[in-house]
Design a protein around this ligand. Sequence first.
Ligand code: FES
Ligand SMILES: [Fe+2]
Length: 341
Amino acid sequence: MISSSVALTDVPLALTFFGREFALYRGDSGKVVLMDAFCPHMGTHIAKNTTSYVVIDGQIEGDSIRCPYHAWRFGPDGKCNDIPYHDGPIPEAACIKTWPVQERYGCIYMWHDPEGGEPDYDLPDLPEWASPEWVNWEIDELGELVSHPLEIIDNIVDISHLGPIHGSTLEYFENEFRGHIAIQRQGGGHKTLVSGDALLETDTWYTGPGILLSRVTGLYDAIMYITHTPVQDGVVRAWHGLMVRPGGAQPTEADIVQSRQYQEASKLAFLQDFEVWSAKQPAFQILQLKGDGPYHKARQWYGQFYHPREDAAAIHKQVDGTYTVKWMPAAPQAVAAAGKY
Ligand code: FES
Ligand SMILES: [Fe+2]
């Protein structure tokens, strides 16, 4: 994820991810376009200007965008399609690299591939988003975190932090890896997200390295969303959301208010992890005990997104499977069988 949909107004956004600068804008047709930030003419940042008359008069024309400096205009394919003071053919090199983007679930996603390939898996499928029974999330901007994304990934297998950090009283826990998907199934009591002896059950999965969803059964049925994207080495940016099914055919005003409160409680639970990450040293090596979750497998799994694509199959061979720890039962079979990822 690189932006929420609401953050992308009619003003282009200057973004930094993967150590690279981008310009993100929405064309008049609604199309979202992501391109490298710098103009091939003289290197101007396309999306970091407020005083040029190009910007004051409106930089976006149809689905094209004009550079603030000399008003060259670039189409959604990145090709320059107008230079106001030049007749004759526009040079081929007058082109900015564009990146594949998709807008879904109130979010904008890019496919960042150093090998230049097309996406080799889809965004997660979330049929609940279109269902009238659900109150959809409004994305929380969690900002930047000075941490390596690996520290966040460790969380998917981190059974032994659930009690100390989140106040869970676990009853079952297991992990499974399947290709580009990493799954955690757990159930237990929880101090803030359920009341009394009720069980909070979560079926949580990563689709690729940055998008985490969790089907939650507790006070309400809910779907938690946490996404993080590397900004540069040692910095990530994160977002959070929570969809809730209050129980009726159509949520009432009161249901919506309550759903927002539930999202807030979910965010606070996640920020308990955030506080640790924001102040910890990097754990290049974990002093891993048998009772800890399978960090080594999670990290191997994560490695597939940082190696040449042709190595992925070998990594899957080493990692795919289900993992449990001795001191905690595995997920009930019915829970595992019900998973949709
Ligand atoms: S630098 Fe962009 S048009 Fe000149
Ligand atoms: Fe956590």
